[in-house]
Design a protein around this ligand. Structure first.
Ligand code: PLP
Length: 458
C-alpha cells in the first residue's frame, strides 16, 4: 500500500512519460524533494548523485541561487509578455544577442521556443517556409539517422529514429528518410576500419540523395554526438563527409545541440568538436540548466533573408508560441550563461571529461561490458551477453533496467538506454565527484554481474 499521500495522489491521477503505468501504480513515484549541488534528495531523505543531470540538462547543479534570484527579479519587473507582432522585452533581446555571439559566426538569427521538440518543429516549418518562399515547394524531405532523438511532437518525433517513438504513434508523419546510425561498434562491418565505415555511411547518404532526387531534400538533421539513442560519437570523417554532401546538393545542415550545447562534449558546441559548421543550430536544456523551459533555433542570415524578403509575398512567418522568448525563461538563460562563463564550466567539462572517460575506460575489461564510449562529460557503457560476439541481452533492456535500479540503491541516478548505461553529470562536477561517479559505476557493474549469475540468470 502506498501510505505516502503524495504517492497515492500521483498513482491515482498522473500518466508519466516513458513509464509502465500498471507497474507504476504498484510501486508509486520516487518523489524528489530537493536539490543540492550535483545531488537530489528524495522524500525519505535519501541523497543521490544526479549523474544524468536530470535529463542531460542541469549544467550548474540543482541549487544555484543566482538563477532563482534572476527569475524572481524578472517576475517582479515583467513576469510575462509575448514577442508577437514586433513586440520585445529586454531579457529575450539580450539573450538573442548573447547566443549570436556564442555560436559559430554564420549563425546570426534566433527564434525561441520552450522545448527542444518545439524547436525542431520550428526548424521543419522554417525550412519548408523558406523553400516555399524561394519557389521550390518540392524541396521538403529531411534526412535523419536511426537512433537519433529529436523530440516527441509530431514533426520532431518523426525526425527521431527510435522505433518505439514511431510504432505506437503512426509516425513518421512528415517526409523523412532515416540513415544508418554512425555507431562503429554496432554497425561497422567485420574487418572495416573506422575511416571505411565513415566513408560507407557518407556514400549511403549520397546514394539516398540521388535516389530521392536532390531537389526534394531540404535538410539533414543530426546530433553532433548522439545522446538518448545511446551516446554515440561518430568516427572521424563522418561529419566532414556529410557537411560536404550538404554543400554539394544545396541541403541545409542542422545541428541538434539540445544535449551537446554549452560544453557537454568538452567544447562549446558539439559541431565545433566534430568539426563542421551548420546552417541551423538547435539548443535547449543547458541553456537555462532547465530551471526554466527554453530552447532556441539559431540560423544563418541567408535563411533569414529568404524568409524576410518574401514575407510580403507569401505571408509573414506565421509561427510562434505564447511563450516564445518568455521573459523569465530568457532572464534565467542569461544568468545561467553568465555563470557558465564566469565559472569556466566549459573548460571544467573538458578537464573533468578527460578524467571521467579515463576512469570509465578501465571498465572495458569487465565481463559484462561490450563498449565504453563518450567524450567530455557524456558517456555510456554498453552491457552485452557475449563480449566476443557483441551479442546483446535478450530481451534488450532488462539487464540495463536492473543496473539502473542498483544505481538508485547505491545513491546514484544514471539512465539505461536499453542495456547502455548513460552518464552525463552536471558541468560543475569536481575531480572528487568524478572519482565517486566512477567508483559507484564499478559497484553497479559488479552487482549487476552478481545478479545475472544468481537471480537474473533465468
Ligand atoms: N533534441 C535532442 C538532441 C534531445 O536530446 C531532446 C530531448 O532529450 C530533444 C531534442 C527534445 O527536447 P524536449 O524534451 O525539450 O522537447
Amino acid at each position: 500500500p502506498l501510505s505516502n499521500s503524495l504517492q497515492h495522489m500521483d498513482v491515482t491521477t498522473t500518466l508519466h512519460p516513458y513509464t509502465d503505468a500498471r507497474v507504476h501504480e504498484e510501486k508509486g513515484p520516487l518523489v524528489i524533494e530537493r536539490g543540492e549541488g550535483i545531488h537530489v534528495i528524495d522524500s525519505t531523505g535519501k541523497k543521490y548523485i544526479e549523474a544524468l543531470s536530470g535529463l542531460w540538462s542541469v549544467a550548474v547543479g540543482f541549487s544555484q541561487t543566482r538563477l532563482r534570484d534572476a527569475a524572481a527579479a524578472q517576475m517582479e519587473k515583467l513576469p510575462y509578455y509575448h514577442t508577437f507582432a514586433g513586440k520585445g522585452h529586454e531579457p529575450s533581446i539580450r539573450l538573442s544577442e548573447k547566443l549570436v555571439e556564442m555560436t559559430p559566426e554564420n549563425l546570426t538569427r534566433v527564434f525561441f521556443t520552450s522545448s527542444g521538440s518545439e524547436a525542431n518543429d520550428t526548424v521543419v516549418k522554417m525550412v519548408w517556409y523558406m523553400n516555399n518562399a524561394l519557389g521550390r515547394p518540392e524541396k521538403k524531405k529531411f534526412l535523419a539517422r536511426n537512433k537519433a532523438y529529436h523530440g516527441i511532437t509530431v514533426a520532431s518525433g518523426s525526425l527521431t529514429g527510435l522505433p518505439a517513438n514511431h510504432r505506437d504513434f503512426d509516425l513518421p508523419a512528415i517526409p523523412v528518410v532515416h540513415l544508418t546510425c554512425p555507431h562503429f561498434y554496432r554497425f561497422g562491418h567485420d574487418g572495416e576500419t573506422e575511416a571505411e565505415f565513415s566513408a560507407r555511411l557518407v556514400k549511403e547518404a549520397e546514394d539516398t540523395i540521388l535516389r530521392e532526387g536532390p531537389k526534394t531534400i531540404a535538410a539533414f538533421i543530426g546530433e553532433p554526438v548522439m545522446g538518448a539513442g545511446g551516446v554515440m560519437v561518430p568516427p572521424a570523417g563522418y561529419w566532414e563527409g556529410i557537411a560536404a554532401l550538404c554543400k554539394k546538393y544545396d541541403i541545409l545542415l542542422v545541428a541538434d545541440e539540445v544535449i551537446n550545447g554549452f560544453g557537454r562534449t568538452g567544447a562549446r558546441w558539439g559541431c565545433e568538436k566534430m568539426g563542421f559548421t551548420p546552417d541551423i543550430l538547435v539548443t535547449s536544456k543547458q541553456l537555462t540548466s532547465s530551471y526554466m523551459p527554453l530552447a532556441a533555433v539559431l540560423f544563418s542570415e541567408a535563411i533569414y533573408d529568404a524568409i524576410a524578403d518574401n514575407s510580403h509575398k507569401i505571408g509573414t512567418f506565421g509561427h510562434g508560441y505564447t511563450a516564445t522568448g518568455h521573459p523569465v525563461a530568457t532572464a534565467v538563460g542569461l544568468e545561467n550563461l553568465a555563470i557558465i562563463e564566469e565559472q569556466g564550466l566549459i573548460e571544467n567539462a573538458a578537464r573533468m571529461g578527460e578524467q571521467l572517460q579515463a576512469g570509465l575506460a578501465k571498465f572495458a575489461d569487465h565481463p559484462l561490458v561490450g563498449e565504453v564510449r563518450g567524450t567530455g562529460l557524456i558517456a555510456a557503457i554498453e552491457l552485452v551477453a557475449d563480449k566476443a560476439t557483441k551479442r546483446p541481452f535478450d530481451p534488450l533492456g532488462k539487464v540495463g533496467a536492473k543496473a539502473f535500479e542498483i544505481g538508485h540503491e547505491e545513491g546514484m541516478i544514471i539512465r539505461n538506454l536499453g542495456d547502455s548505461l548513460a552518464l552525463c553529470p552536471p558541468l560543475i562536477a569536481t575531480a572528487a565527484d568524478v572519482d565517486e561517479i566512477v567508483r559507484i559505476m564499478g559497484v553497479i557493474l559488479d552487482r549487476t554481474a552478481e545478479w545475472l549469475a544468481g537471480d537474473g540468470a533465468d
